[in-house]
Design a protein around this ligand. Structure first.
Ligand code: FEO
Length: 395
């Protein structure tokens, strides 16, 4: 069933209550998600995006229950990724000549995934418009690298809705549809988790695009992203949050991330957390065993933190594979500079701290000199080094 967003604009997406993983198994979903598609029924009928391929049958049947598919005048494809374009091949079998409005890169992406099927593409650029009658029109805005080269948004005049694609979205199934009706704690934590894990590598583009968007002076009354809730009350709040997150965002918070084999490195991690509390009672401290928490959750708190402490025992002349994997992921998100400290236990050769130091330095961290390196189990003498490490980390 279509749900009214505003006037003749309707949500026709898929509410994915049971989604557990996204991007294959790479991204963990905690509160479901949605693939938002929209139907605009003015003098012209416009479909904005589709849903993920596994839901194509339900998506098309729902559309058919609302309209004759042949009445769709235009399709707007904001982004070629399969969660939004996956139902397009099945839909285009029914209405093969319908014009598809998208960026040049989206043509590459769609033809790359589904083949050259002779679809009726209309390539658009920033500032191009599409008149849909009743005094309303779409103005397209290219959103390259937010988060793919093909990403695009459009503003619908009259209703003053910005269809923003992935930007400003959340992996959060919101049956209430609107952000102001959603659970605010989940909404904002999922909006940030989405930004951190999917958008943050492109922070310089976010900063520029937010500036460009504000310079357009569009009377935005609603922001309709392609995942999660629609921002209806104070819609620029999420735009400002993106500007904030893309800047030098830091909270008074430290995250301690460790891996452990026989609980020695874990003891040091806990001692560091205790010492942070002792030296700076107001600082929020999070402690994660890298093997027990999803990397996207740890990353969210690492992003928020002004400093991190990272520990691993030495194994096979290096560090635990899960810690190496986490730090690879951390670096791939192109984080801003952050203070870091290293710690770990070793039995024989003891290269762990050195490897951690190098990986963190490669990820633009400023690694403090003080470290805790404990032979076998940490003892009093090892814990004595914790205060200096924490003092340097908090400096
Ligand atoms: Fe929600 Fe980039 O797809």
């Amino acid at each position: 069933m279509k749900k009214q967003v505003k006037n003749n604009v309707y949500w026709v997406g898929y509410l994915d209550w049971d989604l557990q993983k996204f991007h294959g198994d790479d991204f963990t979903i905690h509160h479901g998600s949605s693939q938002n598609a929209y139907l605009v029924q003015e003098e012209k009928t416009v479909l904005i995006d589709t849903v993920w391929a596994p839901h194509h049958f339900e998506f098309i049947e729902n559309l058919k229950s609302e309209i004759d598919l042949k009445s769709i005048d235009y399709i707007i494809v904001n982004h070629g990724e399969n969660d939004h374009s996956g139902s397009l091949p099945a839909l285009m079998k029914e209405i093969p000549d319908t014009p598809i409005y998208c960026t040049a890169n989206a043509v590459k992406s769609l033809e790359g995934q589904y083949g050259k099927l002779g679809w009726n593409f209309h390539v658009v650029h920033t500032g191009d418009t599409l008149d849909i009658g009743n005094g309303k029109k779409f103005t397209f805005v290219e959103m390259a690298m937010l988060h793919w080269p093909d990403s695009m948004a459009e503003f619908l005049s009259g209703d003053n809705i910005l269809f923003s694609m992935d930007a400003f979205g959340q992996h959060y199934a919101v049956g209430e549809m609107f952000a102001d009706l959603a659970d605010q704690e989940v909404l904002w934590s999922e909006a940030m988790r989405y930004y951190v894990n999917i958008v943050s590598p492109f922070a310089p583009m976010v900063t520029k695009k937010v500036k460009d968007l504000k310079a357009l002076n569009l009377p935005i009354e609603m922001i309709a992203p392609s995942h999660g809730a629609i921002w209806r009350k104070d819609p620029m709040k999420i735009v400002d949050a993106y500007a904030d997150w893309a800047g030098n965002y830091k909270e008074d918070m430290v995250t301690v991330v460790y891996g452990t084999m026989w609980h020695g490195t874990e003891k040091i991690a806990h001692a560091i957390a205790d010492e942070i509390h002792r030296q700076s009672p107001s600082t929020l401290v999070k402690v994660y065993n890298v093997d027990h928490t999803e990397k996207d959750d740890i990353m969210n708190d690492v992003f928020r933190s002004k400093a991190i402490a990272v520990g691993s025992p030495t194994i096979l002349n290096g560090v635990l594979a899960t810690m190496a994997g986490f730090l690879y992921y951390y670096k791939s998100l192109k984080p801003k500079a952050k203070k870091a400290a290293v710690f770990g236990c070793y039995g024989w050769s003891g290269e762990g701290n050195k490897v951690l130091r190098q990986m963190l330095t490669d990820a633009k961290c400023e690694v403090v000199d003080a470290e805790v390196k404990s032979s076998w189990n940490p003892e009093a003498g090892d814990f004595d080094k914790v205060p200096e490490l924490v003092t340097e980390l908090l400096k």
